[in-house]
Write a protein that binds this ligand. Sequence first.
Ligand code: ADP
Length: 261
Amino acid sequence: LLLSIGGVALLGAGVGGLFLADRALLPARQAWLKQQRFIADASHELRTPLTLLRADADVLLRGRKHLDEEDTALLDDIIGETTHMTRLAANLLTLARLDSSNVHHEQEVIDLTELATRVVHRVQSLAEQQQITVQITSSQPWQVLGDPVLLEQAILGLLDNAIKYNHAGGQVNVRTMKQNGQVILEIQDTGRGIAAEHLPHLGERFYRVDKARARSVGGTGLGLSIAQESALAHGGQLHIQSASGQGTTVRLTLPVVQGHH
Ligand code: ADP
């Protein structure tokens, strides 16, 4: 089953274009932008208290030998939840930035192979902890134009999923290629796969296939939304090919830079 999440239609219309076409939309657009700014500010404001909370819990845990088992378990919970909330705040901030089309995204020529290789290195120890092998098989550089921070975050989320929803002894294969004038990053995993009925919902914010288990694997339910919207913001697309029990292949497609390759 092949699914193309979302589509280019929404971004293609462009908020600016709609505004010119219909002045009546101005108040709605302003209200919407205000809401995006509020979400961005709120996520940003949450980061400092969360960092302080985490630091306090770390200090208390360092005196672990003076604590009984129950208190230690409670502190571990606090640290776990703080880490989760920090991730949530960071993801919401990224989505709010992606949503407000008037925010200027950095545009740089990026070698997608190099970027992917760097992210593969970043997840290596996480993968080893879960006995999963992650490898990148491409070395040829492919240039794309984009925001390196956004793209790195998108790829990190996809690789995190390929590890998180995999089995011990499983594999993740990453490769980059060029096809029909587009550069493609492909992440293939040997994990549990995704049943057909869930595929159309994966781009929805906070959508998770297995809500009960979702808590134990961590994650925020925003990783695929970020990857999808980053792809769209770069004039690209995100495709997910999967079936239950058969692993998942995610393809991030980006336009190639003119004059490169
Ligand atoms: P989460 O933080 O829950 O991982 P995502 O937005 O990244 O959120 O993914 C949404 C849901 O899609 C996940 O909860 C999971 O059920 C499913 N999913 C995403 N990637 C994979 C994958 N590689 N293999 C299996 N299921 C996946």
